[in-house]
Design a protein around this ligand. Structure first.
Ligand SMILES: Cc1ncc(COP(=O)(O)O)c(C=O)c1O
Length: 386
């Protein structure tokens, strides 16, 4: 059976060139970067090299990059660390469709006595800058709004949101785990104070990420130990992972325009075709969306059953985020769009990569209608009379 991987918003394959760059640090160059001897020097040099690669991709100073264990930890340090560094109880503003790494960290701050404002989004998942303007006052410590959503792919008007936060003296963090190397993110132009990335969404290894912290931004550590990463993220460094992140970022960034162009073409081919099927709707914005994301609502179909039906046909897809796949409730992102429980439960996420071929898409377009028909027939659901 043909196998097609269309879950690239959950994770991506490891690029062989990335693996090759990591191998020396998994085999013979296993030193601790803090050690004073030659093996430690090799590891420290590898960390410096990767920091430089990431800094050049993001248009920032190497000293503004802090390696973490992934996007989750980067988000947690940004949110909790900024609140802690402020030395006061204030207000945190975020959006209703953030990843739980941000949303739950914000709720933890609320439990600690901070105020929390969760901004709504419109039907397409966009935060209205006017809502942020209205919510701002001098109590606000931090605004955290993601660059691109992991479920529906919607891109946010980041520049406007950042300007509003700064006009009121608040810090701005963006979770760019999905947007990194899939949209332009140059920190000389985008004035965010903090930005989170993760390697495994860009064909790098799992378990490594980074937080960009603009020079002078007050952030406190949230874990304690040795003084690694300027004391902001102590723990012996995942040298091979960090090397993989740097290499993956360089490769993905240099190929971004070409990769995005082709993914957009295939994405639009899927959207145009499947949205022609009765009772199939696109979630998220038609154009302000990630080049690799298609998110559908399919009347009369349970999303989980569809994912299993597609898996039987060799297609790997998902309903929403991988971390919420085992939860019986629909994704908070979908209910925030105003979808009912039923509508939110009828969803399918297809995540493309630059490895997705036109033949893969044609195979999807052949089997998806069959799988949908089968599930609808089993329920005697008729989309024309729904
Ligand atoms: C938007 C977003 N933020 C944060 C994360 C968490 O990243 P990681 O898996 O590296 O901890 C993810 C991963 O799914 C994500 O999509």
């Amino acid at each position: 059976m043909r196998r097609v991987y269309l879950d690239n918003n959950a994770t991506t394959s490891l690029d062989p060139q990335v693996l090759e760059s990591m191998m020396p640090y998994l085999e013979h160059s296993y030193g601790n970067p803090s050690s004073l001897h030659w093996l430690g020097d090799e590891a420290a040099a590898a960390m410096t090299g990767s920091r430089g690669q990431l800094a050049s991709v993001l248009g920032c100073y190497p000293s503004e990059i802090f390696f973490t264990s992934g996007g989750t930890e980067a988000d947690n340090i940004a949110v909790l660390g900024a609140a802690r560094a402020s030395g006061r109880r204030g207000r945190i503003i975020t959006s209703a469709i953030e990843h739980s790494a941000v949303l739950d960290a914000c709720h933890a701050l609320k439990d600690e006595g901070h105020d929390l404002t969760v901004l709504p989004v419109d039907r397409e998942g966009i935060v209205d800058p006017a809502d942020l303007e209205q919510a701002m006052d001098e109590d606000v410590i931090l605004v955290s709004v993601m660059a691109a959503n992991n479920v529906i792919g919607t891109l946010q008007p980041l520049r406007e949101l950042i300007d509003i936060a700064h006009e009121h003296g608040a810090l701005f963090h963006t979770d760019a785990v999905q947007g990194f190397c899939r949209m332009p993110l140059d920190m000389r132009e985008l004035k965010a104070d903090m930005l989170s990335v993760s390697a495994h969404k860009i064909h790098g290894p799992k378990g490594v990420g980074a937080l960009f912290v603009r020079e002078g931004t007050p952030v406190s550590p949230i874990t304690f130990g040795g003084g690694q990463e300027g004391g902001l993220r102590p723990s012996t460094e995942n040298v091979a992972g960090v090397v993989g992140l740097g290499r993956a970022a360089s490769l993905a960034h240099s190929g971004m325009d070409v990769r995005n162009g082709e993914m957009k073409r295939l994405r639009d081919m899927v959207i145009d075709e499947v949205c022609g099927i009765e009772g199939v709707h696109l979630n998220g914005h038609r154009s302000h969306r990630l080049a690799n994301n298609v998110h559908l609502r399919i009347d009369g179909v349970n999303g989980t059953e569809l994912v299993l039906g597609l898996s039987d046909r060799g297609i790997a897809a998902s309903t929403a985020s991988a971390c919420s796949a085992s939860s019986p409730s629909p994704s908070h992102v979908l209910t925030a769009l105003g979808l009912s429980w039923d509508q939110a439960s009828s969803s399918l996420r297809l995540g493309l990569s630059h490895h997705t071929s036109e033949d893969d898409v044609r195979y999807l377009l052949e089997v998806l209608p069959q799988a949908v028909r089968e599930l609808r027939d089993a329920k005697r659901f008729n989309p024309t009379s729904a």
